[in-house]
Structure formats: structure tokens, C-alpha cells
Ligand binder design. Sequence first.
Ligand SMILES: [Fe+2]
Length: 200
Amino acid sequence: MHSLFITQVYQSKIKTNLASLIEESAQIEKADGAGREWSKQNYHSSYTSYGSWDQLYRLSSEFEKLQKKIDSHVMKYAKSLDYHLPRGALKMNSMWVNIMRPGAQHTAHIHPHSVISGTYYLQTPPGCSSIKFEDPRLGFFMNAPVVKQSAKKANQRYVSLQPRAGDLILFESWLRHEVPRNETKKPRLSVSFNYGWSAE
Ligand SMILES: [Fe+2]
């Protein structure tokens, strides 16, 4: 049996000062009026600095430390993907915070103009949403039967990963994913980011 065209998703723990990152996220929300306005239009009942302060590693040393830690995991991930890239070509180009309050969700999307994307989890109340990935070949299946509920992970059409605070998840930016509704009573906090590449 040949396993071909594999989709790799990376998960690992990163040790950081979670309490500081959580506190700074609250401060960022308070200070970022444009982001709160953007979130009102696009992210009901919640806050993201995606449309405003999207380079948090330039703003705060705590987020910069996080960026450096993520960098080393991205290098490992890129190695596993066998990307043919010059050394140092992959660079983080955006990082933003997401405060998903009860009832908030993030419908299926990809991250255009990026190579590797991911999320680092700061606060994950018990029972909070997973991150759900969709088989990128879904549009080609035509008459293919659905798979058994008991199908092994590699054969499932959707796979939900349940990250915990301190977990890092990396995926290729073209891989469609969503965050279902936060059904808990507490906010789910995360930091998301994109990496691009350039030959220079
Ligand atoms: Fe995303």
C-alpha cells in the first residue's frame, strides 16, 4: 500500500508564560479601538486583532518570545514537508490574538497568500471548540462513498483536534478549517499567525 499526497498537521506543546500572554491579550483588546470595531462587524460578541494589530511580535516582548519559539517548530514542520526553500526563507508575517466569547464561531476558511499558518492556545475552557480540518480533496470525491464513522484518522473526511492551553498547531495555509461555536461559558483564547516565504 502506498500512502500518497499526505496532509500533515503538526501539534506540539510550547512552554510560555501563559498568564502574561492572557493578560496582555486583554490589554490589547482594551487599547485597540479599531480592532474592536472590526470585530463588531466580523466576529460577533468577540474580539480579534486580525484586522488591526496583526503584528503582535513587534508590539510586545512576550509575543516576540512566542514568535521565536514558534519559528523553531515551523522549521521542523517545513523539514517534514520537504519544502525546497533557501535557509531563512520562511518568515512570520502576521500574528494576532483571538478572544472567542461564548457563542462565537469561525466558519470554514483558508489563509490566502501564506504558506504555513497556525495557532497557539492560551486558554481552552473544558468542552470548548476544537479546530476542525476538512479533507482538501473533498470537491473531487463525486461518487465516492462516505467512510465509516470508525474510519482511521487518515481516512476521515473531517478531523477535529482538541488543543489545550500551551498547544501549538501548524498546518499548510491552503488547508480549510473552522472553529465551531464556543458552547462553554468562558472565553477561548488563542494567538494565530501566518508565515510567508521569499527567496531573498
Ligand atoms: Fe484560520
